[in-house]
Design a protein around this ligand. Structure first.
Ligand code: SF4
Length: 211
């Protein structure tokens, strides 16, 4: 049976997989976006959105012995997350599935993209009843596909991130700015978040830290 030919049932009120990426990057960013609905469209965000729109119209095509699924809706009841996988490669014969996530820029120092990919893989495993050993992240900036091994450690970290998301949502209190303020330089929400000003008001840091 085609592993991906399962009836897809829309699942509402599950945590969006993309929000795990935001949370792993910065808890305050996650809260601003997911709980308070803030979104700033800067050049980086716009580039990422356009690249996704160009590359990921929903479809399915055959490439040799592989079926390529694009923009596939997936969800996992175990994690209570749902969202879209950019690309899923399905090998004919052995039901082997490989998720591929597309990102602008180059591989960063943080695990946020890995967590997002791992959550997609866990969703696919639940939907198709297969085990997935690895996935890939394609970075437009370096035009490279980085292999991501879906280790037990990464799976546990992903589950922890989901639990942390529910804790933050339940706490109803915006987290403080990240201590790794180098992240703020690339963050589109800086004008809304005001990390330096917030730290100053809280008696921490100074206005030069992010510059
Ligand atoms: S500006 Fe910094 S602290 Fe604020 S949301 Fe972005 S990364 Fe987090």
């Amino acid at each position: 049976m085609d592993a991906m030919d399962q009836t897809l049932t829309p699942t509402f009120d599950y945590l969006p997989i993309s929000m795990l990426n935001q949370l792993e990057y910065c808890e305050r960013r996650f809260y601003l976006m997911h709980v308070l609905g803030e979104m700033e469209v800067n050049a980086h965000v716009l580039e990422g959105t356009l690249r996704h729109a160009q590359a990921h119209q929903p479809d399915r095509e055959q490439e040799g012995d592989k079926t390529i699924h694009r923009r596939l809706y997936v969800w996992a009841d175990s994690l209570q997350v749902a969202g879209f996988a950019d690309v899923v490669e399905e090998e004919t014969g052995a039901p082997r599935l490989t998720p591929v996530e597309y990102k602008k820029g180059r591989m960063g120092r943080w695990l946020n993209d890995h967590i997002q990919l791992c959550a997609q893989a866990i969703c696919l495993e639940e939907r198709a009843g297969v085990r997935i050993a690895r996935g890939y992240i394609f970075y437009f900036g370096s035009r490279r596909r980085e292999e991501v091994c879906l280790t037990e450690e990464l799976r546990q970290r992903t589950a922890q991130t989901v639990r942390r998301a529910h804790t933050l949502i339940g706490a109803r209190q915006i987290p403080p700015p990240t201590e790794k303020m180098v992240k703020c330089r690339d963050c589109s929400l800086q004008p809304v978040c005001l990390p330096q000003e917030t730290n100053l008001l809280n008696g921490q840091g100074n206005l030069q830290e992010v510059e």
